[in-house]
Design a protein around this ligand. Sequence first.
Ligand code: COA
Ligand code: MG
Length: 289
Amino acid sequence: MHSRRALLYMPGDDWKKITKSVTLGVDSICMDMEDGVAVNKKAEARAVIAKALQEVNFGKSEKLARINSIGSGWEKEDIETVLPFHPDGIVIPKLEELKQIQWASEVIEAAELKHGWPMNSIRILVVVETAKGILNLKEIASHPRLDAIIFGGEDFAASVGATRTKEAIELLYAREAVVTACAAFGLQAIDIVAIDFKDLEALRAESEFGARLGFSGKQIIHPAQVETVQSAFTPNDEAIAYARRVVETFEASQKEGRGAYALDGKMIDMPLVKSAQKVLERAKAAGKA
Ligand code: COA
Ligand code: MG
């Protein structure tokens, strides 16, 4: 699965921001047709994204297109305009029910067949950001074309009538619900946007907290956020070295017939080894180990 530590949005009608995004070394680039685009610019966004998919070299960055929500009336033309140019994935916002993913997956499958592309080569990522979406996470997370669930904090707060705070305590239940559903189905979990893009210290704290909750990445909206977020979702050298020691010493202690043992004065047993293995997997996904 493609690494998605930072997923950068830009309005799909903004050619300059799209061409800028490919110079940033960001894991995922998401060209938006939804809320980042004015109602009278929806058609232009479709056309600009289609052109970018044909003409812009995205390098190692993933190229995603976010369509309007299913039921908006725009979704069919959005997806049909961009699919012929093979984006790496389609992002569906305000996702609430499995059947909405099934609809998109059928449209994508028809394009894969028509163009002779490998089956499932175009992935789906969904944004869950309403109360109903959170309640239906279990069925949503089960779809085989799904790679990731993105949690939309601002829309979710509006959906339940919560007031957003800097600490984001009002989002904690929903964030943990997303992380849990993703872990159960082997998906990536992608955390909230920090809209105050000038405050990099707050961004670092929020990113590190998200990583501690179990998120694998975070949505961003500005080039200044790339580095802080990508490094917060990459295990540091110290964490990698410790994880390696845990795995190695665990193997040795198993051979000696001990399930639990002490390392640097702390007990190590199976759950800690599993955590260490997750750290090594994330380091590997980020090209670090
Ligand atoms: N992607 C790529 N490039 C971006 C960018 C983005 N999301 N946001 C800003 N840039 C570029 C600007 O074009 C500018 O480029 P330049 O230096 O080559 O001229 C540079 O980064 C600095 O931009 P800045 O002047 O600080 O920001 P701005 O006032 O132009 O834009 C926002 C601020 C918030 C409007 C803009 O960052 C944005 O559109 N973000 C994405 C919004 C979005 O997609 N929302 C929907 C999903 S939540
Ligand atoms: Mg949203």
